[in-house]
Ligand binder design. Structure first.
Ligand SMILES: C[S@@+](CC[C@H](N)C(=O)[O-])C[C@H]1O[C@@H](n2cnc3c(N)ncnc32)[C@H](O)[C@@H]1O
Length: 242
């Protein structure tokens, strides 16, 4: 099975911005989500964005004067982030998000892991390590925001086929195959070419992380946790270090 990094390098990376609705619409949606978070800091604060992608949250934050370290394993998405966020206070880092501590130079006011990134971790133990590391690095009052899809209750039958986006030149559909601890996501891409339609398929594994499990893990690491509705049906947990 392709690793997450391989799946993004060969399949999702080149179409990710299109999949997200185009850079302008996606950055507007990211700005709305940052606005909704009502974060209690502003200009000059330091924020880590783990699994930052093309900067859907990093760029709106940096436009408010926040200094962002954006970490991602996709070199292609970080290139896009750097282009879209030119002249903004963003440091783009190509690394595994679990290694975020080696990129901290100043105490962060917040750590973000948004847009279903956390489910890309290889196992539940990695989620727990991430929570523990975030609790070590955030000062009292610091905020850890995680938004993700709840795959704990399996979709069945035809519900497992999900239309993601289509236009005259592309159709992207997902098929979800459930395992006990994970869901295998098959991304099926049809693309119109001068020779006609071509189909490319790739798949990767995501964790079936339940919100209750993550909330319990955050609480036992010393966070106060607030659960709310995130974008596009995701769960958003806003955890404050005490
Ligand atoms: C679903 S996208 C979300 C991107 C962004 N946070 C957003 O909301 O648009 C997941 C991102 O996490 C990155 N990613 C997955 N696993 C990672 C890891 N272990 N370390 C760093 N980045 C990772 C992928 O390359 C991808 O850019």
């Amino acid at each position: 099975m392709p690793t997450v990094t391989e799946h993004y390098a060969t399949h999702l990376g080149p179409i990710y911005v299109w999949m997200a609705g185009g850079s302008e619409a996606a950055l507007q949606a990211g700005a709305a989500e940052i606005e909704a978070l009502n974060l209690p800091f502003g200009h000059g604060a330091v924020v880590l964005d783990l699994g930052a992608g093309f900067g859907m949250h990093s760029i709106p934050l940096a436009r408010r004067g926040v200094r962002v370290t954006a970490i991602d394993t996709s070199a292609e998405l970080l290139r896009t982030l750097t282009e879209l966020g030119a002249n903004l206070p963003i440091q783009a880092v190509n690394d595994d998000l679990l290694a975020f501590q080696s990129h901290i130079t100043e105490a962060p006011s917040a750590i973000l892991c948004m847009g279903d990134t956390i489910t890309h971790l290889p196992e539940i133990g990695a989620v727990e390590s991430l929570v523990e590391r975030a609790s070590v690095e955030l000062p009292p009052g610091g905020i850890f925001v995680v938004s993700f899809r709840d795959y704990s209750v399996p979709l069945i039958g035809d519900q497992r086929f999900i239309h993601v986006r289509s236009d005259d030149t592309r159709i992207l559909t997902c098929f979800l195959e459930y395992e006990p601890e994970a869901v295998v996501v098959h991304d099926i891409l049809h693309q119109r070419t001068p020779e006609g339609w071509q189909t490319r398929v790739s798949h990767y594994r995501k964790l079936r992380l339940s919100p209750e499990h993550l909330i319990a893990s955050l609480r036992s690491s010393g966070f106060n946790v607030h659960r709310e509705a995130g974008m596009k049906g995701m769960v958003r947990l806003v955890a404050q270090s005490v």
